[in-house]
Each structure stands twice: as C-alpha cells, then as structure tokens.
Write a protein that binds this ligand. Structure first.
Ligand SMILES: [Zn+2]
Length: 699
C-alpha cells in the first residue's frame, strides 16, 4: 500500500537480529486487548515480534514503565496545502500521529485549472481558516489533475504517512467552473464528468471522496462550498464510483452539523443510509452536540446503530472534546465588537499595540467595558462569545472546565462586572492569554455527551482538523487529550487506556481500509509511540508566525511522548524532530499489507497468541491478501519486491469480485480477548467497543 515503502537500510552488526527493539514497555496493542508487558521488535519497517524478543536490536529503546502503542491514525485533517511545504506536518507530529488522512469536508487543491489556484485557496481559507497568504506563499503548485497532485506529494518526504481524498468542492469547480462555484445544479453530463474524475483519483490512490453540506462552511467570498446543495443524483452519481471500485470512504460535513438547520440531520441520515446501501461503502459524517438542538446527536447515534444493525456502514465521526474558539488579543474577542473599540481605532493596530494602548489609558478601558453591556443584542456575541460561555483555559490547559471557571462566575465571585473581568483576563500574560469559548459539544457544561459519542460502537474518532482553523483553535492535539484526560484525569466516565488507544489506531485505520496499521503485532507496519503516561500533558496553545509569508497560526505541543516511531525509525524524541522522514503517500487502491520480513521463529514464546503469522498457518484463506478489486496477491511471499495486488496499479481495469463494504482488517480478530468475527461470521452487533468488525455481515 505504501507507494514508497518505508524501508530502513538493513545495517546489521554482529549481534543485531532486529532493526529496533522496544524493551519491556506496557504494550497497548491497538486492538482493545488488555495491556501487557512485552518487547516489540521491528525490522525493515515492520513489526516482527511482540513478546519476549530474543536477539539484540541494532537500536534498543528501554520502555520500562512506559506505554507502547501503535502510531495514531488521524483520519480528519486538512494538510492538503501544508503537505507541499512542511515535511513534519506540525502540530500532528507532536501528538503521536504517524498517519493522517486529508482532503476532508470537500475542500482541497486538486483537480485545479491553472487559473483557479486562488479560488481554491479562498475556498480553503473560508472553510478551514487557513490563512490564504500562507497558502499562496507556501503551496508548491505543479499539478492539474488529482493523480498529478498525488505525484507532487509523492516527491516530498514527510515524517508520517499521508492519505488523501478527492474533494467535491475542487472537482465541482474544475468540471463546472463558475456554475459549480456558485452552486448551480449539476447536469447529467456534469455528474458524469465529476464521477470520472473521482474514479481516476481513487484509482490513483485516494482513500475516498469528501463533500460539505453545512451552510457554516463558506468560501472567503461568503459563497457556500461548491456541493453544499448538491442533489441526490449528484451525490449518488459520484458515490457510485466507490461502489463500483469496491473501495474508498464517502466523508461529509452534513447539513445542520452546527445546528444551522434543525430539520436537516434526519434528512441527511435518510440519504446517507440509502447511499451506504447502494454503494456498500462506509459513509462517515461529522457529528457534534450543538446548542440549537442539543439532543440531535443522540438521535443520530441511534439512527446509526439502526443502520449498522441493517448492515449499513453509516459512521458518525466525533471529536474528543469541545469545538472551541480560543479568544484573546492575538486571535479575536467580543470586546472588539464594542463602540469604544471602534472609535479608538484599535482594530487597525497590531495586538501588542492594542494591549499597550488599553493598559496606558484606564479611561479607554472603562469605556470599552461600559459599551460591552450593549453586546447583549449582538447574536454573534451572545451565541458564541458571552462571558457565561467563556472559560479560563489556564496552563496547563483545562478543556472540561466547571462552571466556576467561566468569566461570569469568576466575576460574580469577585463582585466585579463580567466584561471588566473579561478584559482583565484577556490582558493576562502581556495580552497573550487565550480563553476557551466552546461552540460545540458543551451545551451541558461538561463532556458527558462527547463521552457517549466516543464510546458509541458506530462512532469513529476524528474531527481534529489538523492543519486547519489556524486562528481559531488547535485540535490536532486531541489524540493526546484522549490519553491524558479521557484515559487518566477525568473523574467519571473515563475510557480505559486500551479503549482510547484502540479508538485512534485500529478503529480509525480500519474505517479507511488501512488494515496494515494501527496494531502492534507481527506483520503490521512498525509505527509506535512510547509514552510516559504519568507525564503526558498538553501544553497551552500558542500563536506563532511560522507559516509561509509569516502568517500566524495556533499550535500546541505536549510533554510525555518519549519517542514516536514510524516504520521502525524514531521521528520524534521528547518532542524534538530527529530529521528522519520515513513517511510515504498511501495508495488506498492497493490495500494490501506488506509481509513481515522475518516471521518469528516457530516455537518462540510470544504473548501474541494469534497474530497474522498464525492466522495464515491456520486459515488458508488468509494466506493471500485480497485487494479491493478481488485480486489475490502473494502478500506473504518475501521474494516479492512489492507485494501489491498482483498487477493492480494505476488505471487497472480489473473488475471487483468481492464487495466487502466493511473495511477489512485482516487481523482485527486476532487478539484472544476480542470477539472473533471473521468474514462471513455474524458477530453480535455493536456489543464490544474493541471489535472493529462488530456488525453483522451478510455471509
Ligand atoms: Zn474538516
């Protein structure tokens, strides 16, 4: 599946039996199975042994007392532009992520006509708040078609693997020009042309197709994303490509996602179910709690469970914490909406000068506070930035604050005006203070709803939006939050470490058909994190001007990641880049797993009772790997230089003989502690959160 397999040169000393051995860690293998103490051996980029590993590694890492997990697979990012200039993919690389999927929510940069570069930049800037100046200065254009975009990505090296999706917005603009950009209905010819482009993109390696239907997603000129109002013939006409190819995920930000249309969610669910039934491919949609209809998430989870029971893969994609605005002088804040602010011309000044002016002029500060009372009539302020909804974030940051951390509560306790208190808080740390204003997932003043969403068997963990919302928030760090808050600090409704790790490794990998990763067992890709769980801690977000063209963005780092390993190479050690660039572009169409170079010698004690090695010896049907088009590949033949789908490659015209809608995870049922539910078996639907295939299949 890797276009350029992440091989490490086999340098063998006299004693070295493995490239890398991670010794004596607490292995949480990604399947949801109980943690156990074990060594992990990696050679030629693959895990070769988990257990009591004999023989020395060319490199050894002492992981005594540390968690050892698979590398995290983040399926919801927006690095489409950044990937062309940034080898590290910050900030995701600081949070244990070794695989990202980008091209979400219908926005991206291919296909593109030569004269439409700036239009696509405006689309990305409007929807995802990535500074257009940075994209203009940073993107190294050099493609028109989607396959050419993949080629451009493939020429660059990264610290992690990248997967792409074909974005509806770009495709619509490319095929329909201004008609597409202005959301006019697509003709039958338009739909045919769009489907052909998506087909070419998927055949070239994209992992799916994405679209956006929420009115909250708008281009910088205010126009809703192309495709927002796409009719069913367009959605189904394009979606059918995935069904015909038997691969790929259909991802969307649905109508009503932010509570902007209360009748939309059920309507969206209706066509999503019918689409999933028609194409037998996963349909994954963004799901959050919104304040306008705080119970809709629950209804949608229930409907997803009903769909799952019917064998339909409709998968809500959920976040791990609030979707928030980080308010402050460096970003934006409600006091800038006051009359006094405007009259003083503060909006024209850099934030540091705003701070200096207000600190030097108490009368100005008093006028701003006095005028703020009038903001109660401003729907944007009352809806998103009222002091009662603004919480002290602090350092270390608190992402599930009690009501006592709200500006209103603190003001009441101190007996001061809430707006005065807010101004004082914003002026903290020389004006650098950032306050947390949750927009989604916090109607109840806690994360209980998020907990239910995260633990729902149909849900997929995502929505971190890595690389996006540069001036609003930084949620690419939510992987760290899952392990530190949900699996350690929270005082109730915690996830186990095993659940949290599974949710962001095997579960996400499986949804996107990446059956070669997300598990620490022989035969899987050698991606791992070594984590000091006690010490694991998010730092507070900070604004830095490190984007191309000196544009700013919010970033967030963490402490406690001892090392992140990609294909057996350490890419980050204690948060520092090692310079290794083992990442590669993922080819979704060639969904096969590379075999372990050195299968563990028989008879060696191993804590992995039934890994791929034993699966292939005990189950002849597993001795080959089926690619999405039903070809059988000699996946375990160590002499094959590239064990992909036989001759399947770009443009292959083989037809599918298998139609497995559920992303296959060849060894998902390998752990003795997870329910066994191989193909053809009917598993108990949605019983165990640790079983990625826990739905009924039609045998
Ligand atoms: Zn998104």
């Amino acid at each position: 599946m890797l276009r350029a397999p992440a091989r490490t040169a086999p340098v063998r000393g006299t004693m070295a039996a493995h490239d890398l051995v991670i010794r004596g860690g607490t292995v949480v293998d990604g399947t949801g199975a109980p943690a156990r103490t074990a060594d992990v051996a990696i050679t030629d980029g693959m895990v070769t042994d988990v257990g009591a590993v004999d023989g020395q590694g060319r490199k050894e890492i002492d992981a005594d007392g540390a968690l050892v997990t698979p590398g995290f697979v983040d399926i919801h990012t927006h690095y489409d532009g950044q990937a062309t200039w940034d080898e590290q993919l910050t900030p995701s690389c600081w949070h244990g992520v070794t695989t990202v999927v980008m091209g979400n929510c219908g926005v991206g940069f291919a296909p593109v006509a030569a004269d439409r570069h700036e239009w696509l930049i405006g689309l990305m800037e409007g929807v995802e708040d990535i500074p257009g100046a940075a994209l203009s200065a940073g993107i190294k254009w050099g493609w028109e078609t989607f396959p050419e975009f993949l080629d451009a990505l493939d020429r660059r090296r990264h610290v992690m693997d990248l997967g792409t999706q074909v974005p509806h917005g770009a495709v619509r603009g490319y095929v329909m020009g201004e008609r597409g950009a202005r959301n006019e209905p697509a003709t039958a010819e338009d739909i045919q042309a769009m489907a052909a482009i998506v087909k070419t993109g998927i055949e070239a390696g994209a992992l799916g197709f994405s679209t956006s239907r929420t009115l909250a997603h708008r281009a910088i000129d205010g126009e809703p994303v192309p495709g927002t109002f796409a009719a069913e013939d367009e959605l189904f006409g394009i979606g059918r490509v995935l069904g015909e190819l038997g691969t790929g995920v259909f991802e969307l930000a649905p109508a009503g996602a932010l509570g902007e249309d209360l009748a939309a969610p059920e309507r969206e669910m209706d066509w999503m179910r019918r689409l999933a039934a028609a194409i037998q491919r996963p349909v994954t949609f963004a799901l959050s709690q919104n304040n306008a209809d705080p119970g809709s998430w629950k209804r949608l989870l229930d409907l997803s469970a009903v769909a799952a029971a019917e064998g339909l893969p409709v998968r809500p994609q959920v976040h791990g914490r609030t979707v928030s605005l980080l308010l402050g002088f460096q970003t934006f804040h409600p006091l800038a909406f006051t009359k006094a602010w405007g009259e003083a011309g503060l909006g024209l000044l850099p934030w540091q000068e705003q701070v200096a002016r207000i600190q030097a002029d108490p009368a100005l500060a008093a006028r701003i506070v006095a005028d703020a009372a009038a903001l109660k009539d401003d729907p944007i302020v009352t809806g998103f930035m009222h002091p009662s909804r603004i919480y002290v974030l602090g350092d270390p940051p608190v992402y599930e604050p009690g009501i006592e951390r709200s500006a209103t509560a603190i003001a009441a306790a101190r007996g001061v005006d809430e707006w005065e208190l807010l101004l004082e808080l914003f002026l903290g740390d020389g004006g650098r203070e950032l306050l947390n204003a949750p927009v989604l997932n916090y109607t109840d003043g806690n994360l209980d709803a998020v907990g239910e969403m995260l633990q729902h068997p149909t849900s997929a963990f995502g929505l971190g939006d890595g690389g996006a919302h540069a001036g609003q928030t930084c949620d690419a760090s939510t992987t760290t939050f899952l392990l530190s808050h949900w699996a350690r600090d929270r005082d109730h409704g915690r996830l186990t470490v095993e659940e949290a790790v599974h949710k962001m490794t095997q579960a996400t990998a499986t949804l996107y058909g990446l059956g070669d990763r997300g598990v620490l067992a022989p035969g899987y890709i050698g991606d791992a994190n070594i984590i000091d769980h006690e010490r694991l801690q998010l730092r507070r977000p900070e604004l830095v001007a490190d984007l191309p063209g000196n544009a700013s963005r919010l970033i967030q780092r963490a402490d406690g990641y001892i090392a992140t390993i990609k294909g057996g190479q350490a890419t980050f050690v204690e948060g520092s880049d090692t310079g290794a660039r083992p990442g590669a572009l993922l080819l979704g169409f060639l969904m096969v797993r590379r075999p372990p170079r050195q299968p563990p010698p028989s008879g060696r004690p191993s804590t992995t009772a039934t890994g791929p090695a034993s699966a292939r010896s005990s189950d002849p049907s597993r001795s080959t790997t089926t690619c999405p088009r039903g070809r059988r590949a000699p996946a375990w033949d160590p002499t094959a230089s590239r064990p992909d789908c036989g001759s399947a490659s770009r443009g292959s015209s083989a037809t599918s003989t298998t139609r497995e809608w559920w992303p296959r995870a060849p060894t998902a049922w390998s752990s003795p502690s997870t329910p066994r539910c191989g193909p053809g078996r009917r598993a108990r639907p949605w019983r165990s959160p640790s079983c990625p295939c826990s739905t009924s299949r039609t045998a």
